[in-house]
Design a protein around this ligand. Structure first.
Ligand SMILES: [Zn+2]
Length: 407
């Protein structure tokens, strides 16, 4: 009976693992170390509740209104703090008087593929210069800083970018500039996690939303984020909204075909009534709720930074990347080919997995020329009947195609 049960379990569960995730000791450790005092300290400094000390000088950041001196002070505070974690951090001009704060942590295995966690640090208020912006968006900024504090102690497979975008409130200028440059440079960005407003829970409902759109692997990334909330019992009432709202920095990426998700507090039932006023203060945040959001965002970037391989191999048919891919003939018996069209020469890696997630064949890895290319799925005549998954990685983007083999 025992043997039968084991066999039965393996048969039922293994194919499912292709679509799901397992606990990862490093991610779990990071979640357990997300610290509310550390998060609160950053929010208090950014929103003027505590002074910012640099060398001999002490300053209060009274506002983070774009183009104000205090906002530049905030940028310097964030950059210095990121540098203190040993990261390569700097201010990067993103327009007139616009300064993004960016820190880079090189991946050990895939240094040319980026995963990004970002938040805007500027604020806005209908009362002009009185714009403490504790929830909007010192909460998101502090999550990016906390992710940097914890992940910088680990070796990551992929390159992690910690981004604090300027001038979101003036039309997503900082993130727009960054996304445009990433596109021009041909950067391989696997996914962007945008954090904006994570600390308001007016009805103690623990509700939060993961907004996304059908771009690249975004929807699968949103699914994974939601799964992490359950897997690590973070305790949020998380919902995926697709198509989600466009009114934050993730839209700068989605609109350019780069995968992104947006984590934010519920705006339908418990919308912040102090948003964009001088009362958006630290004391109005719901800290236990905020801590949960911080854990989820940091779990998600940690999962991508270390275990994106499992994410990549679980992307299902129907996901779209920029370059189109076809498997023909399909179903197949003696032979099949993967045909793709490359807009430009790029790193391509093609593998075939069986329905248990086991690697069956390394078909190709290299840099083919731009244009139409086809790759023989050699050895298919030795495959048993069944469903197989061809994963095609082009730059940082992955598509998975089902291949049915009939005997
Ligand atoms: Zn915001």
């Amino acid at each position: 009976m025992k043997h039968f049960l084991l066999y039965f379990t393996a048969l039922v569960l293994l194919p499912f693992q292709l679509l799901s995730i397992e606990k990862n000791a490093m991610v779990e450790d990071i979640i357990n170390n997300v610290n509310i005092d550390s998060l609160s300290h950053t929010i208090k400094i950014l929103s003027g509740a505590e002074p910012y000390r640099a060398g001999d000088t002490t300053a209060i950041i009274k506002t983070r209104l774009f183009d104000s001196d205090d906002n530049l002070e905030a940028a310097n505070f964030l950059m210095n703090k990121l540098s203190s974690y040993g990261l390569d951090a700097g201010l990067y001009e993103c327009g007139i008087k616009c300064e993004n704060v960016i820190a880079v942590q090189r991946g050990s295995e895939f240094p040319d593929i980026y995963v990004i966690i970002g938040a805007h640090f500027d604020s806005y208020s209908i009362q002009g210069g009185n714009a403490p912006g504790a929830d909007d968006n010192a909460t998101g900024s502090a999550v990016v800083m906390e992710a940097a504090r914890l992940l910088s102690e680990q070796q990551t497979s992929y390159t992690v970018i910690y981004a604090l975008w300027d001038a979101e409130e003036s039309g997503m200028i900082g993130s727009g500039y960054y996304a445009r440059q990433a596109k021009l440079n041909g950067d391989s960005v696997l996914v962007v996690i945008n954090c904006d407003m994570l600390g308001w829970d007016g009805n103690n409902g623990n509700k939060m939303d993961i907004h996304t759109k059908n771009v690249g692997v975004s929807v699968r990334a949103a699914d994974l984020c939601k799964e992490l909330n359950e897997l690590y019992e973070i305790g949020l009432n998380a919902r995926i909204v697709n198509p989600g709202i466009s009114s934050s920095d993730h839209e700068s990426f989605l609109s350019r075909g780069i995968s992104a998700i947006f984590l934010t507090e519920d705006h339908d039932v418990s919308h912040s009534d102090v948003n964009h006023t001088g009362s958006d203060l630290f004391e109005n945040l719901t800290l236990d709720y905020y801590l949960k959001n911080a854990k989820l965002a940091i779990a998600t970037i940690s999962q991508f930074a270390t275990g994106a391989d499992s994410f990549i191999s679980s992307v299902e048919d129907g996901d779209t990347a920029e370059n189109s891919i076809n498997v023909y003939p399909n179903p197949a018996s003696e032979y099949s080919t993967i045909k793709l069209y490359l807009n430009e020469s790029n790193y391509v890696d093609i593998e075939v997995y069986d329905s248990y997630g086991k690697l069956i064949s390394n078909v190709y890895s290299g840099y083919p020329d731009a244009g139409h290319q086809s790759f023989n799925l050699s050895g298919i005549n030795s495959f048993g009947s069944g469903v197989y998954y061809c994963t095609v990685l082009i730059g940082g983007m992955v598509q998975t195609k089902k291949l049915v083999v009939l005997r």
